[in-house]
Design a protein around this ligand. Structure first.
Ligand code: FMN
Ligand code: ATP
Length: 330
């Protein structure tokens, strides 16, 4: 997969490509529908498939105070896009001038002049250009004038446990994760939600409790609500080689302020790996995959009571992870 990050490299893209543009934060099931459609079109027309994405999110550049939380930091997003974009991913970085172009100028001066796409694949609610002024109808009209075809993909929906049907979006997944509904997020993403961060040393309390933990430095991502979760851990020397999908350990996670020990401790993100012994991995990187919410955090009367509960959490996590089946195929 070619990853192009600067305007000067865009000449490497073959004219007549199949293009899709979006934030693709999370690379959720709706995004996957778009990517599948683009990949099939590219194969049918022997064209290059090009995914254009933004890093950071345009709102973070134009209105930093309103910046949405991040579901997939760039290494995770590129890994997921790599499942579809055999050919090319363009990462548009911090380019305010580009984001301030009108819809017409964005298409004319940037897309048509730069790549001359033959097809652009988007969803119904696609918006583009300064102030999100252009919509899918604008794109279809500009396509007729400038000589590309717009393919509109039907919205992907999901049904929540209470029976309500919703359109999947990055926004709704951020709410799911923030409220601890990681099971729903896994359905919307077609895989468990992942945090990626460096492993830092803890204070050794976990070991004293009988449950040593790997601590993750709080990453610049949407953090699941305080609680205890079942999930998987992967470890590597650098963020680019994660997730490897090869060496996944079952684990139980704790996200919280350890109220059993202190009144106001900064948030701790921890993983206790089940049934495996790890050497010293401080300074390496880990991915935590959130499969199921098990319970809320509590202030226990004693460390012994907490340890007894963690032992029950481990049993519950083992059962949940044995039953876990990977989501839909790409
Ligand atoms: C599965 C699990 C559940 C936990 N639940 C709680 C909890 O409900 N309340 C709490 O105060 N601490 C909880 N903890 C956090 C422990 O207090 C924490 O692991 C310990 O203080 C580790 O500190 P350290 O990183 O300094 O070694 C939990 C830890 C694990 C692994
Ligand atoms: N559920 C969906 N079904 C089909 N297409 C979708 C779906 N969600 C987004 N898309 C399309 O994916 C492309 C990328 O959009 P974008 O990354 O802004 O997605 P989003 O999930 O709607 O994000 P946000 O919630 O931040 O608005 C757009 O063409 C958009 O219309």
């Amino acid at each position: 997969m070619k990853v192009l990050k600067s305007l000067s490299e865009f000449g490497r893209i073959r004219k007549g490509c199949v293009l899709t543009i979006g934030n693709f934060d999370g690379v959720h099931v709706g995004h996957r529908e778009i990517l599948r459609t683009a990949r099939a079109l590219a194969a049918d027309h022997s064209a290059e498939m090009v995914v254009m994405t933004f890093e950071p999110h345009p709102v973070a550049i134009l209105h930093p105070e309103k910046a949405p939380g991040v579901l997939t930091p760039l290494p995770l997003k590129l890994d997921l896009l790599g499942e579809y974009a055999d050919n090319c991913v363009i990462v548009l970085q911090d380019n305010r001038k580009l984001l301030e172009l009108s819809p017409e100028d964005f298409v004319d001066q940037f897309l048509v002049a730069g790549f001359a796409p033959r097809f652009i694949v988007e969803g119904h609610d696609f918006h583009f250009g300064s102030g999100r002024a252009g919509d899918i109808e604008t794109l279809i009209r500009l396509g007729r004038e400038k000589g590309f075809e717009v393919v509109v993909v039907e919205p992907r929906q999901m049904t929540l446990p209470m029976g309500e049907t919703i359109r999947v979006s990055s926004t709704v997944i951020r709410y799911m994760v923030e409220s601890g509904h990681v099971g729903d997020a896994a359905v919307a993403l077609s895989r468990p939600y992942r945090l990626l961060g460096p492993i830092v040393s803890g204070r050794g309390r976990g070991r004293e409790l009988g449950f040593p933990t790997l601590n993750m430095a709080v990453p610049n991502q949407v953090i699941p609500a305080e609680g205890v979760y079942a999930g998987f851990v992967e470890i590597a020397d650098d963020p680019e080689s994660l997730p490897s999908r090869t060496e996944r350990c079952s684990a139980v996670f704790s996200i919280g302020q350890i109220r059993t020990f202190e009144e106001k401790h900064p948030l701790l993100i921890e993983a206790h790996v089940l049934d495996e012994r790890l050497g010293d991995v401080t300074g390496r990187w880990m991915v935590m995959e959130f499969v199921q919410h098990l319970r809320h955090q509590h202030k226990f009367g004693s460390p012994e009571d907490l340890a007894a509960q963690i032992a029950r959490d481990c049993d519950q996590a083992r059962t949940a992870l044995e039953q876990f089946v990977e989501g839909e195929a790409p």
